[in-house]
Design a binder for this molecule. Structure first.
Ligand code: AMP
Ligand code: GLY
Length: 420
């Protein structure tokens, strides 16, 4: 079959890499892709948020299956446009993707089915929000309602910080995303990511992971999109995962179907775990990045069968074939990230890194030029390895990092520390 992957990050390179291992894939196109994806598939320059352009491209290229990586095309309704045109597609409708796009919507769905999550209130008025903060006290969490590229959450340790956050959000800092604010109880515990495929009805857990959001070693410094990840997440034990399926995932997915917006795609549940109990922090309507890199390394080619079954409503026939292994991804980013950084520096030494079922350098912000690989973004590489133990996976990943000659880049040296 002919398959199109939409996106250009490390997540999409990992999806493409796994899909290619499955003999069902005859032809793979990535749009817009990056230097890593160019090395293994065709790349096409497409506006991936323009549904009619994507549909036209699929008809012209006889595409049988589309895998949507990032949230922007989901929120823009690209999955709806593809399904309306009769093209099989992995990714939720715009209505169902509101689980990521609107925090207030997710909180309301959780409340309707009593799913464990932080207590909250929803405000469209700054004065009422301030009064609520004074009543609740700190620490407290202030969130812009809409998509804010991961920057719409402020954890306020004092009431003064919380009120400053309200001024910021109602002051237009987050554009339209800040006109509505959710204020939440601060949850303590350890965070983990849980990935579940949902075909509208059946929910199938496909793995757990933990990422490292802070830029610096020891989880210090500003937040980023994620500086590394590993799978599985030991804190999310089978017992806790099964309870999360029963109390959070299945009830919220059933509620979505009941409301006429069945969810179809991967559901990424951010969970806060404390005293053996999980509570929902947030839902995302896509794979995590770099969590996808470690999940794909562990799933390999079966990922295509699972995503296809998900898109075709056949998940109840499927099971995940798990190896007893671990995977770990170290993100290499351009110096300065998550602040300002330069583009265009050359990355050497990539040919020294092994590429096999246990070693892969996934590309994120890279560009191929005259046979060279240049940095073209903030997060640039996801150096990923698999092993029989997490420490073996970690040693293999850092051995690859040490082969890469890129003075303008940096990485954390402690990915996996929490689990080791
Ligand atoms: P979100 O965009 O909702 O995932 O929030 C970003 C990050 O903020 C999460 O991954 C958590 O680390 C943190 N966070 C969000 N909500 C809470 C909460 N209610 N309590 C504690 N930490 C939170
Ligand atoms: N790594 C966090 C995310 O993809 O949202």
């Amino acid at each position: 079959m002919n398959i199109l992957v939409l996106g250009s990050g490390g997540r999409e390179h990992a999806l493409a890499w796994a899909i290619l291992q499955n003999p069902k894939c005859d032809r793979l196109i990535c749009a817009p892709g990056n230097a890593g994806m160019e090395a293994l598939a065709e790349c096409a320059d497409l506006d991936i948020c323009d549904g009619s352009q994507v549909v036209e491209f699929c008809s012209d290229n006889a595409i049988d299956f589309v895998v949507i990586g990032p949230e922007a095309p989901l929120a823009a309704g690209v999955a709806d446009a593809l399904r309306a045109a009769g093209i099989t597609c992995f990714g939720p409708s715009a209505a169902a993707a509101r689980l990521e796009a609107s925090k207030a919507f997710t909180k309301e769905i959780c409340a309707a089915v009593n799913a464990p999550t932080a207590g909250y209130a929803h405000f469209t008025d700054a004065e009422a929000a301030r009064a609520y903060i004074r009543e609740q006290g700190a620490p407290i969490v202030i969130k812009a309602d809409g998509l804010a590229a991961g920057k719409g959450v402020i954890i306020a340790m004092t009431e003064t910080e919380a009120e400053a956050a309200i001024d910021l959000m109602f002051g237009g800092e987050f554009g339209a995303a800040g006109a509505e604010v959710v204020i939440e109880e601060f949850m303590e515990g350890e965070e983990a990511s849980f990935f579940i495929l949902v075909d509208g009805e059946t929910c199938l857990a496909i793995g757990t992971a933990q990422d490292h959001k802070r830029v610096g070693d020891g989880d210090t410094g500003p937040n980023t999109g994620g500086m590394g990840a590993y799978s599985p997440a030991p804190v999310l034990t089978d017992t806790i995962a099964e309870a999360a399926m029963a109390q959070i995932i299945r009830p919220t997915m059933a509620e979505m179907a009941r409301r006429g917006m069945p969810y179809q795609g991967v559901l990424y549940a951010g969970l806060m775990i404390r005293d053996g109990q999980a509570r929902l922090v947030e839902y995302n309507a896509r794979f995590g990045d770099p969590e996808c890199q470690v999940l794909m390394m562990r799933l390999g080619g079966q990922a295509l069968d699972l995503m296809l079954a998900c898109a075709e409503g056949r998940l109840s026939e499927m099971a995940v074939n798990w190896a007893e292994d671990h995977a770990l991804c170290v993100v290499m980013a351009a110096r300065g990230y998550p602040g300002a950084y330069a583009k265009g520096s050359e990355i050497k030494g990539l040919d020294q890194c092994p590429e096999d079922s246990a070693h892969m350098v996934f590309h994120a912000g890279t560009k191929a030029e005259d046979g060279r690989v240049l940095a073209a973004g903030g997060r640039v590489l996801g150096v990923t390895a698999r092993g029989a133990s997490l420490s073996e996976a970690q040693a293999r990943a850092y051995a690859m990092v040490d082969q890469i000659d890129w003075p303008e880049g940096f990485c954390r040296r402690d990915i996996g520390w929490r689990a080791l």
